[in-house]
Design a protein around this ligand. Sequence first.
Ligand SMILES: NC(=O)c1ccc[n+]([C@@H]2O[C@H](COP(=O)([O-])OP(=O)(O)OC[C@H]3O[C@@H](n4cnc5c(N)ncnc54)[C@H](O)[C@@H]3O)[C@@H](O)[C@H]2O)c1
Length: 414
Amino acid sequence: MSIVKDPALAEAGRRKIQWVRDFMPALGGIEARFEKEQPFAGLRIAVSVHLEAKTANLGFVLQKGGAQVRLTGSNPLSTQDDVAAGLASLGVETFGIHGASAQEYESHLIETLKFKPHLVVDDGGDLIHLLGGKCADLAENLIGGCEETTTGILRLRAREREGILPCAMMAVNDAKAKHYYDNKYGTGQSVWDAIMHTTNLVVAGKTVVVAGYGWCGKGVAMRAHGMGAHVIVTEVDPFKALDATMNGFQVMPMDEAARYGDVFVTVTGCKDVITPRHFAVMKHNALLTNAGHFDCEVDVASLAEMAVSQELRRDNIVGYILPDGRVLNVIGEGRLVNLAAGNGHPAEIMDMSFAVQALALEWLVHNRDHLEKKVYHVPASIDDEIGRVKLAAMGLSIDTLTPEQVDYLNGWKA
Ligand SMILES: NC(=O)c1ccc[n+]([C@@H]2O[C@H](COP(=O)([O-])OP(=O)(O)OC[C@H]3O[C@@H](n4cnc5c(N)ncnc54)[C@H](O)[C@@H]3O)[C@@H](O)[C@H]2O)c1
């Protein structure tokens, strides 16, 4: 039995799901093959990924491939109640309510696991955290799983080092078909989409501080620059900082950048990136947002303690009023802004990421007899296939190496 806010929202949710299906051709091609070949017949798959339309489509495709699927969100603020109702009405057991408390959120994760899955799809590591601890009794059928994001993979590798990984895990984030597109172009677009529609303010002419110049940060900085913002980057890695400089961005520590920013976007995967000493020097009406996986990059709890009061300024924007009268505005509670205050990445981008998820799950099933409890790279053949399918879907083609060129590239004699 699904747990959703209101089953009457199902029609609106189904419309959203149908809309994205039209723009996810790579996953659509996989769905057609899965429907014939039934790679997941007799298997149960638990999915915890931001519960919005593209994720719903992934759940639906896995079900078409023969699986019994249970799906929940990976962040209580990114769950869309209409999509959850729509997906439940399509026969995928769905557990998620927008704005659920921490306890409710965990109970939805546990419901998703109660059927003792054979495979899991995780985004940030919450399912694996439960299966490796509190819910270890639900792990007995596990063949393996897939992890969607950078932060989740860091945690899997830490578990692997300590020998406490509950099953084989595929590092989906590390596939080229994922991070080249999703982290860079997906985050680049959807972060600004969310900030712009939530604030209804202009980007051009503003000073934007991007903390972290990794895959996501590059996209966020690039799109801010493209819209006419002045971009400052903060980093801890000298080469990422040099890269940002060579791309024309100013680089400085957050202690300095805090004074200049009109808009802040943290996207480091680290914690305590913006803290009280930064709040103390920020401009009146600065906008604070986070696009990293967990809500620990901007120290919102300390900001609340520093503030004399707080008020809801627009939907999803809380203003913290400081003793000197300055107001600092936090969007989406400091949770990842493009999902807590937006619709997530565009469908065409998630087409690639979820195509990797679908094929990586199939790979796990094919290789189930040889798997070890370690973190696996997605095979290059899966990456290449998705790249080619996507190019073809976009009506593009590329050159092919001749046998002589292959020899030249692989040899030394010439
Ligand atoms: N919002 C989204 O939709 C979305 C999409 C993909 C990934 N993510 C998440 O975004 C985060 C970043 O992912 P990524 O793929 O860009 O990772 P990445 O490893 O490519 O980049 C992170 C960058 O942050 C830098 N960094 C680390 N700590 C820092 C600090 N204290 N101050 C300044 N810079 C610091 C690192 O040097 C690195 O260059 C992760 O939490 C990931 O899970 C979010």
